[in-house]
Write a protein that binds this ligand. Structure first.
Ligand code: C2E
Ligand code: MG
Ligand code: MG
Ligand code: MG
Length: 286
């Protein structure tokens, strides 16, 4: 009896597994078509100097917009793109599109604006990645210093000799490197000193609980202090409220991005943000 039940479970299990595999293949197939049919778009989220309200950079965030639908956030498909390797050609599209848009904003009177692009570990595995980036910058006529690549903590840990060489090459080109979701993985001070890192992005999970969770509050202040002592820039992700912005400023973090300032928006909507004043925190009663 137990044997039969076991077999039944096994059949159920394999059926579920086949379904999961099939679903993954379907998604990969659809992503492949999406790339061919130009169904990806980029949204841009402003990165703001909190005191002045100046938008100093934009983070390019990938969206998938099948015809006649609302844009789909990458949370729903990026893992699949990573597993299937499709993130490599998609990532190349993202880089080119983001650089093209940055060039347009430079030409439209914002020559100081920078662009931050998320980098998948899979892209860095491509031996020609650095020359590809150089080529895209050349094609779009952008200085390397205008581009920032957001890397994951995992890149600082895995295949470290190879990754170190790649990141050094990018850094030598003048490209800035920031560590995304900082604090969620394992990053030691040693890694930060060894790799050519320019800035840390404090993960939004810590920012969210500023003031309510003692541990998160302590972590945020520790990361800010650490960045300062290592002479790294620091930016807070996921700033949603004025008290969060105020806390960060009071503790020496000058830059932020998050819904309090703006969500990621289409390029035309981002252009309209340049006219806004984000320096809301300057008007607060002191
Ligand atoms: P990330 O790079 O850490 O990007 C921040 C994510 O948080 C974005 O989600 C953004 O829309 C969201 N966000 C920004 N401000 C707030 C806020 O105040 N509150 C909350 N709750 N969320 C906020 P999104 O666009 O869904 O991207 C998710 C992740 O997908 C990104 O995390 C990044 O790791 C990855 N991703 C996005 N675009 C690309 C890409 O072009 N290439 C690669 N490899 N990964 C990408
Ligand atoms: Mg990012
Ligand atoms: Mg992040
Ligand atoms: Mg994240």
């Amino acid at each position: 009896h137990a044997k039969e039940m076991g077999r039944g479970n096994f059949q159920f299990f394999t059926a579920a597994l086949n379904q999961a595999v099939q679903r993954r293949l379907d998604v990969s197939q659809r992503l492949r078509q999406a790339l061919a049919h130009d169904e990806f778009i980029l949204h841009y989220q402003p990165q703001v100097k909190m005191e002045s309200g100046i938008i100093f950079s934009a983070e390019a965030l990938l969206r998938w917009q099948p015809p006649g639908t609302e844009p789909i956030s990458c949370g729903d498909f990026i893992a699949n793109a990573e597993e299937s390797g499709l993130i490599v050609p998609i990532g190349e599209w993202v880089l080119r599109q983001a650089c093209r848009q940055l060039k347009a904003w430079h030409a439209a009177g914002h020559p100081q604006l920078k662009m931050a692009v998320n980098l998948s570990p899979r892209q860095l595995e491509q031996a020609n990645f650095c020359s590809l980036v150089g080529q895209i910058l050349d094609e779009e006529g952008l200085p390397a210093t205008a581009l920032e690549l957001e890397i994951t903590e995992s890149i600082l840990m895995q295949r470290s000799e190879y990754n170190l060489a790649m990141l050094n090459q990018l850094s030598d080109m003048g490209i800035q490197l920031s560590v995304d979701d900082f604090g969620t993985g394992y990053s030691s001070l040693a890694y930060l000193q060894r790799f050519p890192v320019h800035s840390l992005k404090i993960d939004q999970s810590f920012v969210r609980d500023i003031g309510t969770d003692q541990n998160d509050t302590a972590l945020v202040t520790a990361i800010i202090a650490m960045a300062a002592s290592l002479q790294l820039e620091v930016i807070a992700e996921g700033v949603e409220t004025l008290p969060q912005a105020e806390f960060l400023m009071a503790h020496g973090c000058a830059a932020a991005q998050g819904f309090y300032y703006s969500k990621a928006v289409r390029a035309d909507a981002f252009s309209a943000l340049f006219g806004d004043t984000f320096a809301c925190t300057m008007q607060r009663p002191r």
